[in-house]
Design a binder for this molecule. Structure first.
Ligand code: C5P
Length: 221
């Protein structure tokens, strides 16, 4: 049963994966579909929230009732998240943000030249949006949630990442040889800065979305 426990709240969800352009036709990207973030946005609408969905390169249809802001790169995602977070009660960073971007953007298509080795691609660091919004807290009592994929020592690494990022909740997915993305053995644990640990059994992304909001609601200021 869905309750309107997010009524009167503004929540921001980021979804999808950033693309970092090398030239007008090429980019460094990742395989994130945006499904988890879109499920979070739909669930928040159903629970009565005003929802801003910051969508990076997802093909999914706009969730009914959400304000959708489309972005491409990590730098654009940061600007959109910071703007929307200014009056948000909760921010959930479900997007896969590129850690690095090409140091140089070539305004014309990069060409191959006969007999020449390709140029190495120099990278620079992208801003860590989750760490930044966790440190700034645009509004007192704002709840910040991150996502992380870990291959080993899931709980220990997850705890360390939660502390490093400074968020309130971290949804940790175990990935690895048998527990891969998309596999039925994928499962998550939601770690809370207050020490709570909530295992989420394998299931649809909608179920994980509901669990995230169940954990956000009692922490709202
Ligand atoms: O450090 P790592 O990439 O494992 O952390 C993942 C979490 O941090 C996700 O919630 C992602 O949205 C967020 N992130 C971010 N900015 C980055 C990299 C990751 O906000 N540059």
């Amino acid at each position: 049963a869905t309750t309107a426990d997010l009524a009167g709240r503004h929540v921001v969800v980021s979804a999808g994966g950033t693309r970092e352009p090398l030239d007008p036709v090429r980019y460094l990207g990742n395989r994130s579909s945006g499904k988890q973030g879109y499920a979070l946005a739909r669930a928040a609408v159903a629970r009565g929230a005003r929802v801003t969905l910051i969508s990076a390169n997802s093909d999914l249809p706009d969730p009914a009732g959400a304000d959708v802001v489309r972005v491409g790169t990590a730098v654009q995602l940061r600007e959109a998240v910071l703007k929307a977070a200014a009056d948000a009660d909760a921010v959930v960073m479900a997007a896969a943000v590129a850690d690095f971007r090409p140091a140089v953007y070539a305004p014309g298509k990069i060409k191959k030249r006969d007999g020449q080795e390709p140029e190495p691609i120099a990278l620079v660091r992208n801003p860590d949006i989750l760490a930044e919004i966790s440190a700034e807290r645009a509004r007192p009592g704002q709840v910040v949630v991150g996502f992380a994929a870990e291959t080993d020592d899931v709980l220990a690494n997850g705890r360390a990442k939660l502390a490093r990022k400074g968020c309130d909740l971290l949804v940790v997915n175990e990935v690895g040889e048998r527990k891969t993305f998309g596999s039925e053995e994928n499962e998550a644990v939601v770690l809370a800065a207050d020490g709570a640990e909530t295992p989420v059994p394998y299931g649809p992304k909608e179920a994980l979305a509901e669990t995230v909001w169940d954990l956000v609601v009692p922490r709202l200021g």
